[in-house]
Design a protein around this ligand. Structure first.
Ligand SMILES: [Zn+2]
Ligand SMILES: [Zn+2]
Ligand SMILES: [Zn+2]
Length: 145
């Protein structure tokens, strides 16, 4: 018996029909290792792996990976877009109003609650975007002292 092997990043790209390039592999790895990174931070990470890449190319690769479902884009209103590699589980985010920190939080009870709209109006719903706004522990401590 052979143990199931986790696919390589290149195989995952191929699996969703994307052409494999060094930049896309580096980008996906950067996003997965990061924690809700913004575009600039992702560009820095990709450059650290494969050398120079233009910001435009980073945007294009992010768009391709997001469309293919390997990367999830979150865009809290009034805050720049962030990207993460945790996809397909309908988790939500806590966002700090003061410093912009973004933290994952699982859906209330498993998958169903937020995906089960009180009335779906005939839509086949596959995602619920929920953002909890507030102050992170660091910022609320700073305010109270
Ligand atoms: Zn904060
Ligand atoms: Zn997240
Ligand atoms: Zn939920």
């Amino acid at each position: 018996m052979t143990a199931p092997r986790t696919p390589t990043t290149a195989e995952e790209l191929r699996g969703v029909g994307l052409r494999v390039t060094a930049a896309r592999v580096a980008l996906l790895e950067t996003v997965r290792e990061g924690d809700h990174l913004g575009v600039e931070a992702i560009a820095t990470g990709v450059r650290g792996r494969v050398g120079h890449i233009s910001l435009q190319a980073v945007y294009e690769a992010l768009h391709a990976l997001t469309t293919a479902g390997l990367v999830r884009r979150i865009e809290p209103p009034g805050s720049p877009a962030r990207f993460e590699g945790r996809v397909g589980d309908n988790h939500h985010h806590l966002v700090c109003r003061s410093c912009g920190a973004v933290v994952d939080v699982d859906c209330a009870v498993g998958h169903a609650p937020c995906l089960t709209a009180s009335d779906d109006r005939g839509f086949a719903i596959d995602e619920a975007e929920v953002i909890y706004w507030g102050l992170c522990p660091d910022c609320s401590t700073a305010r109270s002292t």
